[in-house]
Design a protein around this ligand. Structure first.
Ligand SMILES: *[C@@H]1O[C@H](CO)[C@@H](O)[C@H](O)[C@H]1NC(C)=O
Ligand SMILES: *[C@@H]1O[C@H](CO)[C@@H](O)[C@H](O)[C@H]1NC(C)=O
Ligand SMILES: *[C@@H]1O[C@H](CO)[C@@H](O)[C@H](O)[C@H]1NC(C)=O
Ligand SMILES: *[C@@H]1O[C@H](CO)[C@@H](O)[C@H](O)[C@H]1NC(C)=O
Ligand SMILES: *[C@@H]1O[C@H](CO)[C@@H](O)[C@H](O)[C@H]1NC(C)=O
Ligand SMILES: *[C@@H]1O[C@H](CO)[C@@H](O)[C@H](O)[C@H]1NC(C)=O
Ligand SMILES: *[C@@H]1O[C@H](CO)[C@@H](O)[C@H](O)[C@H]1NC(C)=O
Ligand SMILES: *[C@@H]1O[C@H](CO)[C@@H](O)[C@H](O)[C@H]1NC(C)=O
Length: 599
């Protein structure tokens, strides 16, 4: 077979490229390799983790390592995801290693990127970062360090990105000790991103950080920083996009000058000790998407200027002392989450607010624990609300039926008293959860409520407890719901005749229901019910023989009725039962009882 010229050329290029690529695989610098092997010796590492890190081999080919063309280590990026499965996986501290683990990383003098995440140092931070004069990016997360931040980081003056995170809900670092941010950090003037989170940092905000005029991202959340939020932040850090001081002890008022940070997209000052008003100038932050001021002591009205924040999608002002909701909130068409709960909001709920929120995502809206009064405006069903929590207010009037287009509705602990239908029931209601408990509703269960339970196919939980409902329990509640609580009402009549039921929790306690508990009634509950409370009624007659046939029953309370006869022995033997109270009846013979063990 004759090879064509073209064919020969292909073979030659192939050989050439293999040769060239072998040539290009840089040989690692011997000092860098030594420094890395010494770093490795600090850990008892599985083969998977540092397996490729072997003496005498080319360190440029090791896991997590990236070299320059001349074979110097330029990036070391260890993000040990596997440690999420527990310390025994990989990256455990070598307890016989003496000295500061990782100190030799300072010898990697060409390093530009260093990431150390989720390895168990179980000792102090490496103290040689100051030798890394070319380091631009340092990310240190969740390494179970003890002690405090290494001041040596302040000497890595080329840093543009510095993120240090001590702990999280999934990762504890019990050895950390409270300490101020080292003053050496004032030298890091090239920083664009600075995140020092969950590291028990104390003291005031270092004003020298106000000179870091390239900063776009400043996050100091979850520390113990105190004192005021200095206004110098606003004068010099005009490029800030993210400012997160949440979960600290910052006190005083929010500086009005923050309104100059017009590039801000995220402002989180939640969980501090801030007081005073929300500055009106907040309305200037035209790009703001996230505003969280929750859990402070902010007072006064929510400024109407918030209505100018056209990009806002997350607004959390909960747990403050705010007094007024501005109708202008209704202009915020991108809102997805609005929490104004636990304030001192009073007056009426402005109907304009029903227009807020994006149509694209279901909006979460929480105004519970306030002092809002008047009737609930009949507007929320036309927005795309998936949560409407308004419990613990002073609302009066009735239930606007358009709320049946909201996924989860909690109007409990108000003063609703009107059982007349407000507006009409929408054709395909999407409601899944309805809580009308602890109101002043009286009279027989209205037909709109029965129609709602019958027509809303996702409606599984209804709570009408602690009202003054009278008349019989409508069967439809037991037929269509998974969780029905009608306790503490004035319901009368017999238990309903139900054909089928899928109910899991049924609480009809503290009513005036009478007549027998029939075997047919029990029969419909056997396969699904795990909590049944019929206590404090006027039920009479014997317990049916199938009372012991429940498959999943965990909690059974039939106390304080007028039940008679012998208790079927099988009841005690229901394998899933952990609570049984049959006391205060007129049973004969032994009356079993099961109480859960005290904690
Ligand atoms: C642990 O540290 C000791 C002392 O430095 C060293 O001799 C040993 O090789 C290390 N163990 C591992 C698994 O690297
Ligand atoms: C090494 O880093 C350079 C520059 O950041 C990057 O382009 C390259 O893809 C990296 N190589 C490897 C193997 O990670
Ligand atoms: C974390 O470090 C502490 C010492 O600071 C040590 O007692 C603890 O065992 C370490 N945790 C793990 C999971 O290694
Ligand atoms: C509010 O902050 C305090 C600490 O300042 C915390 O203990 C509490 O859990 C927070 N409450 C909420 C509702 O976040
Ligand atoms: C409302 O929000 C949901 C998400 O909860 C979304 O799936 C749905 O498409 C939205 N409805 C409308 C009419 O945009
Ligand atoms: C039913 O409501 C009452 C009063 O609101 C409450 O105490 C009880 O725990 C509720 N029952 C169930 C099963 O959740
Ligand atoms: C249930 O049906 C029985 C017999 O069909 C009837 O006597 C009883 O009154 C009914 N109970 C209710 C609450 O409708
Ligand atoms: C309830 O479960 C039993 C046993 O698992 C089964 O035989 C019976 O058909 C079930 N009844 C209903 C109504 O699903």
């Amino acid at each position: 077979m004759e090879l064509s010229y073209k064919r020969w050329w292909e073979v030659i290029t192939l050989i050439l490229s293999v040769y060239l690529s072998a040539c290009h695989a840089q040989e690692c610098n011997a000092n860098d390799r030594k420094a890395l092997l010494e770093f490795k010796a600090g850990f008892v590492a599985s083969d998977f983790f540092f397996g490729s890190w072997k003496p005498g081999t080319n360190c440029c080919k090791w896991n997590f390592v990236n070299c320059t063309r001349s074979g110097r280590v330029q990036a070391l990026t260890i993000d040990n995801q596997f440690a999420r499965h527990g310390p025994s996986s990989v990256g455990e501290r070598n307890t016989s290693y003496k000295g500061v683990v990782g100190a030799t990383l300072g010898d990697l003098s060409e390093l530009r990127t260093l990431e150390l995440s989720m390895i168990y140092f179980n000792g102090p931070m490496p103290n040689t970062f100051n030798k890394l004069k070319k380091l631009e990016q340092l990310e240190i997360r969740w390494n179970n360090f003890s002690g405090s931040l290494s001041p040596s980081i302040g000497g890595a003056t080329s840093l543009k990105t510095l993120r240090v995170d001590g702990q999280s809900i999934f990762w504890s670092s019990p050895g950390l000790r409270p300490a101020p941010i080292p003053s050496s950090f004032c030298q890091l003037r090239n920083l664009e991103t600075l995140g020092l989170t969950s590291f028990l940092l104390t003291g005031k905000f270092p004003e020298c950080f106000c000179r870091f005029n390239h900063l776009t991202d400043l996050q100091l959340s979850d520390n113990k920083l105190d004192g005021p939020i200095p206004s110098c932040i606003a004068s010099n850090l005009g490029k800030l996009v993210t400012l997160d001081f949440s979960q600290n002890r910052f006190a005083g008022s929010i500086p009005t000058s923050l309104s100059r940070l017009t590039s801000l997209q995220r402002l989180s000052l939640n969980q501090n000790k801030l007081s005073g008003n929300i500055p009106v100038g907040i309305g200037n932050l035209a790009h703001l998407q996230v505003l969280s001021l929750a859990n402070n002591s902010l007072s006064g009205a929510i400024p109407p200027a918030i209505g100018n924040l056209a990009e806002l999608n997350f607004l959390d002002l909960s747990v403050n002392l705010l007094t007024r909701i501005p109708p202008e909130l209704g202009k915020l068409v991108k809102l997805g989450i609005v929490s104004l709960s636990n304030n001192k909001l009073s007056g009426r709920l402005p109907p304009e607010i029903g227009k807020c929120g994006s149509q694209q995502f279901g909006i979460f809206f929480d105004i519970s624990y306030n002092r809002l009064s008047g009737s609930i405006p009949d507007v929320f069903g036309s927005g795309n609300f998936s949560i409407f929590f308004a419990s613990n207010n002073l609302f009066t009037g009735g239930f606007p039926l358009t709320l049946a287009m909201v996924g989860n509705v909690d109007l409990s602990r108000n003063f609703l008293s009107d059982l007349k239908a407000v507006s009409t029931l929408p054709p395909a209601p999407t409601i899944a959860y309805l809580n009308l408990g602890n109101n002043l509703l009286s009279g027989t269960v209205p037909s709109w409520l029965k129609d709602l339970v019958a027509g809303a196919k996702d409606l599984k939980t209804v709570d009408i407890s602690v009202n003054k409902f009278t008349g019989p329990v409508p069967a439809i509640f037991l037929e269509n719901l998974w969780n029905f609580n009608a306790s503490y009402n004035w319901l009368t009549g017999n238990l309903p005749n139900v054909s089928t039921s899928g109910i899991g929790l049924l609480d009809l306690s503290h009513n005036r229901v009478s007549g027998p508990i029939t075997s047919k009634f029990i029969g419909t509950l056997l396969n699904t019910t795990f909590q049944l409370d019929l206590s404090f009624n006027q039920l009479s007659g014997p317990l049916p023989a199938n009372s012991g046939d429940f498959l999943y029953l965990n909690y059974l309370d039939l106390s304080d009725n007028k039940l008679t006869g012998k208790v079927p022995a099988s009841i005690e033997k229901i394998p899933t039962l952990s609570y049984l109270d049959l006391s205060h009846n007129r049973f004969t013979g032994r009356v079993p009882s099961i109480r859960p063990p005290p904690f």
